[in-house]
Write a protein that binds this ligand. Structure first.
Ligand SMILES: Nc1ncnc2c1ncn2[C@@H]1O[C@H](COP(=O)(O)OP(=O)(O)O)[C@@H](O)[C@H]1O
Ligand SMILES: [Mg+2]
Length: 274
């Protein structure tokens, strides 16, 4: 495969030879699942937080790591304003809604612009994966930043990821980026559990389905790359509203139709691993 197509540099390629992989498990968790997509604004953070909440409500021990160093969203999505405690060696995750949470946003002021360079990103990821006291987790859900950059590469190459779920919206422009993401994870031999068609359509007051961003694109992409289409989540203003209020829909409205969809995803994940 042409490296340029997946956006990997030459130095990356040298590191990706299978023999040189030294993937470290994250201490304190059984399974680490990343939520990714090459594009921003498709609903990764929303999916990651609601999936984590659904797994938690199924009586599993869950951690949520916001790995978006440039634009953390967990402080807002979970309405967390505290700073994590440290024992001098390791950081203690913040427990919210029963979930062990960690985000760079807990450590920096909201207004501080995040000017990070590659090596700093890598060292931040290592801190989050090696120096956080994750405790007895069944699943650690990792909310990835957009792109196929340092964060994805660090996770894929150095950390034992058990699977990745790729989120997309049906627009052609999002799908282009998604294909790049699929190629990257395939090349790095990280298991792609499947694709999620987020904001797939809108159901109007008239009960009709409106395909606002186009139809069938995510399914087609899944077929093209022989990946599972794990499911679709319609556009629902309630999803954004509850997220903005700091209590995602699965937490604030567990009986909502959209929450039921997230529970289905959680059951699927559980059945794959446990
Ligand atoms: N199914 C959905 N219906 C309506 N709004 C959604 C849905 N999924 C995500 N959103 C909204 O889309 C925006 C981007 O979501 P976010 O999770 O922050 O994306 P990303 O992490 O991929 O950048 C947010 O305002 C979020 O509330
Ligand atoms: Mg995000």
């Amino acid at each position: 495969m042409d490296d340029k197509k997946v956006g990997l540099s030459d130095t990356t390629q040298a590191k990706t030879e299978p023999k040189t992989f030294r993937r470290n498990p994250i201490i304190g968790t059984k399974f680490t699942i990343a939520i990714s997509s090459a594009k921003g604004g498709v609903g990764k953070s929303t999916f990651a937080s609601n999936l984590a909440l659904a797994l938690k409500k199924m009586d599993l021990n869950v951690g949520l790591l916001d790995a978006d160093i440039y634009g953390p969203s967990l402080p807002k999505l979970f309405s967390i304003n505290e700073k994590p405690e440290s024992d001098g060696q390791k950081l203690k995750p913040i427990l919210k809604y029963g979930i062990q949470c960690m985000s760079i946003g807990f450590l920096t002021e909201e207004q501080t612009p995040m000017i990070w360079r590659g090596p700093m990103v890598i060292s931040a990821i290592k801190t989050f994966t090696q120096k956080v006291m994750w405790e007895n987790l069944d699943f650690l859900i990792v909310d990835m930043p957009p792109g196929t950059g340092d964060t994805q590469l660090t996770f894929a190459q150095e950390i034992n990821l058990d699977g990745v779920i790729i989120i997309s919206t049906p627009q052609e422009i999002a799908l282009q980026d998604v294909k790049r993401g699929i190629r990257m994870f395939d090349k790095l031999k990280v298991k792609i559990l499947g694709l999620v068609d987020n904001m797939s359509h809108f159901v109007g007051d008239d009960g009709k389905k409106y395909a606002i961003f186009g139809e069938g694109g995510v399914k087609k992409t899944a077929e093209e790359f022989k990946k599972d289409l794990m499911g679709e989540i319609p556009i629902d203003p309630e999803v954004g509203k509850q997220g903005d209020l700091g209590s995602p829909i699965v937490e604030s409205k567990p009986d909502h139709e959209i929450s039921k969809i997230y529970f289905k995803f959680a059951e699927k994940i559980k059945s794959i691993y446990l």
